[in-house]
Design a protein around this ligand. Structure first.
Ligand code: PBG
Length: 322
């Protein structure tokens, strides 16, 4: 019988030693909390596909934002459900729309909380796609000016960071230019740079009422089979002026997070998306998993993979547990 003389277990022998050698420390400051804003007043409706997440009217969005702020979470990302939809998504840049209203109210009441706004058209177009159509085809270039207008309306409303999630080519440059021309050069762009055409967005499309009415998003979002292409997308967005980049989804894309982290020198965010959240909530409700342990392990894994920023519906619960 041999006796091992090198024993990795010596570094796990007590809670104190484990704390000394722990390489990744998850903190509430790593988290971003998503908020869904709807028209009306006094609205707080649970989203059935996202248990524990709500459709909130703008004054109640402020309450949710305050909860995040008081837990030490530095930022929220706001998504809007508009009053009306049309072919061009014009409610997306309407200053009276719920998301612009909510951004203004949150910044008025919580000036130190960072407000990120999701810039896209799919919640606002009647066809549910992320750009506009011409002659039966998604028209990338015609969508750019509109996305610039949407981003500017969020900046005017008070957003600190705009986050384009549409995956149109060239939109970061268009948005950067539009913001700069209007005197908003201090507003950052956090681009959804490597965004995959993923089935994990299923519950979000109910939450944001943004499911495509025909076809799918595979002609503009990335093929889940591709890794090299993610580096090209990220490089382009940085070249066009992105201050932060997002990899989305997170859990099935840990390799992408690590590759992006190793290859570039801008902060990397990961989006722990709706389907990832819903699976955990469903299994926990059945008593099949320990929700708290699963959530902390998952978020720690995403951070260990290289994301300093994690956008997650678990943010409030995780911050309480930490
Ligand atoms: C809008 C957008 C989506 C998500 C964030 N912004 C949906 C999509 O692209 O279909 C997904 C977020 C989630 O699933 O939690 N384009």
């Amino acid at each position: 019988m041999i006796t091992p003389y090198i024993r990795p277990q010596r570094l796990r022998v007590s809670a104190g030693v484990r704390a000394m050698v722990r390489e990744t420390q998850l903190s509430p400051t790593d988290l971003v909390y998503p908020i869904f804003v709807v028209p009306g007043k006094g609205v707080k409706n649970e989203i059935s596909a996202l248990p524990g997440q709500y459709h909130l009217s703008s004054e109640l969005a402020v309450v949710a934002a305050r909860e995040a702020y008081e837990l030490g979470i530095p930022a929220v990302i706001v998504f809007g459900l508009p009053e009306y939809k049309d072919g061009r998504g014009s409610s997306a840049w309407d200053a009276a729309s719920p998301v612009q209203q909510a951004i203004g109210r949150i910044k008025d009441e919580l000036p130190e909380l960072v407000v990120i706004s999701d810039v896209c058209l799919c919640q606002y177009t009647d066809h549910g796609h992320c750009g506009i159509f011409k002659d039966g085809r998604l028209d990338n270039d015609a969508s750019l000016g509109i996305l610039g207008k949407v981003a500017l309306s969020h900046a005017v409303a008070g957003a600190d960071i705009v986050a384009p999630s549409d995956m149109m080519d060239g939109r970061v440059r268009e948005i950067r230019q539009t913001l700069d021309d209007a005197g908003y050069s201090r507003i950052s762009v956090m681009s959804y740079a490597a965004k995959y055409a993923s089935a994990f967005y299923g519950p979000f499309r109910e939450a944001a009422d943004s499911a495509p009415q025909f076809g799918d998003r595979r002609s503009y979002q990335m093929d889940p089979a591709n890794a090299m292409e993610a580096l090209r997308e990220v490089a382009l967005d940085i070249e066009e002026g992105a201050d932060f980049v997002i990899v989305k989804p997170a859990m099935a894309y840990m390799d992408i997070i690590r590759n992006v982290r190793n290859s570039f020198n801008v902060p990397v965010a990961a989006y722990n998306v709706s389907g990832e959240y819903a699976m955990v909530k469903a299994a926990a409700a059945q008593g099949w998993i320990d929700e708290q342990k699963i959530v902390i392990e998952t978020l720690t894994g995403i951070k260990r993979a290289g994301a300093k920023i994690i956008i997650t519906y678990h943010a409030l619960a995780a911050a309480r547990w930490l």
